[in-house]
Design a binder for this molecule. Structure first.
Ligand code: DHB
Ligand code: FE
Length: 279
């Protein structure tokens, strides 16, 4: 059966793509952010995952407000990046793992998750950022399966539902008849708000409580409604649902191998966490 090696959760920001393209990793503004990735690079070199299942939110590149699935799973042989309007250089296409995609889709629909399946899917900075950060200068040693959670068009799925989705994805990966080594990614958050009167809002105390909860009390954030999450983390801070789903995929107990928290990166409190399943 396939094995989940661990979960990597990270913030994404279009400016990260521009910083990578301009080689600003040693720039004083960016250094504390990029330096946070060194332990993850060591872990990836040791663990050598074959596939990455990526919980992320699209920002209007593949889905726009006219058609917005709550949960969508990619089942494409290839995922292309395209111009999102942020001036980020586009990256090479990602190879999909269609066998795992269909296994996940089948297992999730059997467990009553009503999914949209996508045999064509453009992927935005929420996919390109984490993969570029994980594999600097390399063209994708992993195949990917994107799992998109709507955080753009209200109403959004609850934290409770995203946790349940993550648990179901974890069970499905572990039941996949394959010797693949799988890493789960969560791409989004932490606290940030890009628009409105609270533009620039960041909540360090809440972010740190959330990060801590993932280790010791992973269902903690499921007590909050979407409105409460927006109040605490900002309108776009609800992207932390991706972290919750990725953590849930690890099962009941997990150990933290690495954490970095640095703010701000653009308008966002950036976080990075590497966890392994404990059971
Ligand atoms: C920013 C953050 C995001 O999550 C995003 O999708 C776009 C921009 C930012 O902080 O600039
Ligand atoms: Fe975002």
């Amino acid at each position: 059966m396939a094995r989940i090696l661990g979960a990597i959760a990270t913030s994404h920001v279009p400016a990260i793509g521009r910083a990578i393209a301009s080689q600003l990793q040693q720039d004083p503004y960016w250094k504390p952010f990029f330096d946070g990735w060194a332990p993850v690079h060591r872990w990836l070199a040791e663990q050598r995952p074959d596939v990455a299942v990526v919980f992320y939110n699209d920002h209007g590149l593949n889905f726009f407000l006219d058609k917005m699935p709550t949960f969508a799973v990619g089942a494409a042989p290839e995922y292309r990046n395209a111009d999102e309007g942020w001036g980020i250089p586009q990256v090479l296409p990602f190879t999909g793992d269609t066998a795992l995609s269909w296994h996940l889709i089948d297992a999730l629909i059997r467990q009553d998750f009503d999914l949209t399946t996508c045999q064509e899917m453009l992927v935005d900075h929420a996919i390109t950022n984490p993969l570029q950060l994980m594999y600097p200068g390399q063209a994708w040693p992993v195949r990917i399966v994107p799992v998109c959670i709507n955080t753009v068009q209200f109403p959004l799925p609850s934290a409770r539902r995203c946790y349940a989705l993550g648990e179901a994805v974890g069970r499905a990966i572990r039941s996949w008849d394959s010797d693949a080594r799988v890493v789960v990614l969560g791409s989004g958050g932490l606290s940030h708000q890009l628009d409105g009167q609270r533009a620039g809002f960041i909540n360090r105390d809440f972010d740190l409580a959330f990060l801590e909860s993932l280790v010791h009390d992973p269902r903690w954030a499921t007590q909050f409604s979407t409105a409460e999450l927006v109040e605490k983390a900002g309108t776009q801070g609800v992207e932390l649902l991706m972290w919750l789903a990725a953590r849930a995929a690890l099962g009941e107990r997990a150990t933290q191998l690495h954490r970095n928290y640095h703010l701000p990166i653009s308008n966002t409190a950036s976080g990075l966490m590497l966890m392994e399943p404990a059971d």
